[in-house]
Ligand binder design. Structure first.
Ligand SMILES: Cc1ncc(COP(=O)(O)O)c(C=O)c1O
Length: 468
């Protein structure tokens, strides 16, 4: 029966052991023992070898999505007579192993800080394949990017034009630059994920673009590649992207009067399924459709189709990642909610929380959860999966159903945690950050080791080294 506390979109599962289609990594399934297996490795084996909480990437899933989005975008671009470049937005998740998967799949890499830039370089990403973003780049970051020869740098404000130009001039190079334009498109997503409304920090207003491009063109150490836009993240439909493209191409067409505008970068933001009721268009299909829309708009304007670029992050690594936890304290709580609905919500505490998944606290994101180490025939109970931090907002999964016999020591898995979980992780309450493993063909590879308590203390200068 439906628990009165459950949101309208959530119905009790007929079988709580079934993994909702579209939400789990491609290779995830229950094996003959009823355990979830991913990449051919049972979750109990992963927990035994690496401990929990644990981030697990289905390598074939992530590599496959990277390859498919690149191939689909390239084929669509080719079909309309242009070329396309796919930049992996490394803020979604970056480690040397995963960045190398991206390079193998033919993707370029988008970085937004010195740390992301250095990790990409150290991982062997060619500088010419790197694009640098950032609304507040330091001179040091710009200098490093220009000196190593990043393929493009996205200018985000008027003062950056001269700062980048001066640094490039000093280095004796001509730096390729894009200009981030704020299209004013209101993408329907969480307010903090919408990045092209007027009242926020990124980019420059479209009306200011011609003056900034004139400033860029006046500097011989800069080469203007074109406009850049990123309207937000976790966006399901295509309409916001098409609206942004229309507005960008209006200005792009104007700019052609003053010189070359060889490229257009439409950013990332393609949504993924976090729960069984999410049904996003597959990113590889969506970007192909977007290319055809851009071609249509260019046709209407009678302008050449520029070389196109996109910057997906979440849609590449999000669906292929899960987080494994071990259940601890379980508390059934009788609740009367703000609407007068009365019921029991079972709080299932796990050994991580908002330090390994900030998204629920930050965006009120919805996730789902499954009993991972066994199946159960017990009737489902409405649960909230919470962490072990000292905050009542320390919630991992706000609402889902788990078999009612869930108990201390059970392994739980939360799907779709490949993007913006490890990369947003933090050591709140001095909880060490989880390890990251990749699974493939029955074997697990450690990508990032678990943080240790010694790591946590390692920057505290007031501790004697033997106490660390
Ligand atoms: C400039 C830029 N490009 C690309 C992305 C990637 O977005 P997503 O992971 O939603 O595809 C972001 C995310 O914030 C971004 O800020």
């Amino acid at each position: 029966m439906n628990n009165p506390l459950a949101p309208k979109w959530l119905t009790p599962p007929l079988d709580a052991n079934v993994l909702a289609p579209g939400v789990w990594p491609h290779t995830a399934h229950r094996n003959a023992d009823g355990e979830i297996e991913i990449g051919g490795v049972a979750v109990s084996a992963l927990a035994a070898e690496f401990g929990t909480p644990l981030y697990v990437f289905d390598e074939a899933d992530v590599r496959g999505r990277a390859r498919r989005i690149r191939e689909s975008f390239a084929a669509a671009c080719e079909s309309v007579g242009t070329h396309g470049h796919v930049y992996y937005a490394s803020k979604a998740f970056s480690s040397a192993g995963v960045l190398r998967w991206m390079v193998d799949a033919g993707l370029r890499v988008d970085v937004a800080t010195e740390g992301e830039l250095e990790l990409a370089l150290a991982s062997g990403v060619p500088a010419a394949s790197i694009g640098l973003h950032g609304n507040n780049k330091s001179d040091g970051e710009i200098d490093r990017a220009v000196t190593v020869g990043v393929g493009s740098l996205v200018i985000d404000s008027l003062d950056e034009v001269d700062r980048v130009a001066d640094i490039a001039e000093h280095a004796g190079v001509v730096q390729n630059v894009r200009l981030r334009a704020n299209t004013g498109v209101h993408a329907s997503t969480h307010e903090y994920l919408a990045t092209a409304r007027e009242d926020q920090k990124f980019g420059v207003a479209l009306r200011d673009v011609p003056a900034l491009v004139a400033a860029i063109r006046s500097r011989s150490s800069l080469r203007f590649l074109g406009l850049h836009s990123h309207i937000g993240s976790q966006i399901f439909g295509i309409s916001g992207f098409v609206e942004a493209a229309q507005r960008l191409l209006d200005v792009h067409a104007e700019l052609l009067a003053g010189g070359d505008v060889p490229e257009l970068n439409l950013g990332g933001g393609f949504g993924i399924a976090y729960t069984s009721v999410d049904s996003p268009t597959d990113a590889a299909d969506l970007v192909a459709e977007l290319v055809h829309e851009v071609a249509r708009i260019c046709g209407e304007k009678g302008i050449a189709i520029p070389v196109l670029a996109i910057e997906p992050g979440r849609s590449v690594v999000g669906p292929g990642g899960i987080t494994l936890y071990t259940a601890g304290t379980i508390k059934p709580i009788d609740v009367v909610d703000d609407h007068g609905n009365a019921g029991t919500r079972t709080y299932v505490s796990v050994d991580g929380g908002m330090s390994d998944n900030m998204r629920t606290a930050l965006y009120h994101a919805d996730y789902s959860v499954a009993l991972a180490g066994r199946v159960s025939e017990t009737d489902p109970a409405l649960v909230r999966v919470v962490g072990k931090h000292c905050e009542s907002g320390d919630i991992v999964v706000r609402t889902d159903y788990l078999p009612g016999d869930v108990h201390r020591g059970d392994l739980l898995a939360v799907p779709a945690t490949g993007a913006y979980c490890a990369s947003l992780s933090n050591p709140y309450n001095q909880i060490a950050r989880p390890a990251v493993v990749a699974v493939h063909g029955g074997a697990a590879t450690l990508l990032v080791r678990r943080e240790t308590v010694a790591d946590l203390f390692s920057r505290d200068t007031q501790l004697e080294s033997d106490n660390r």
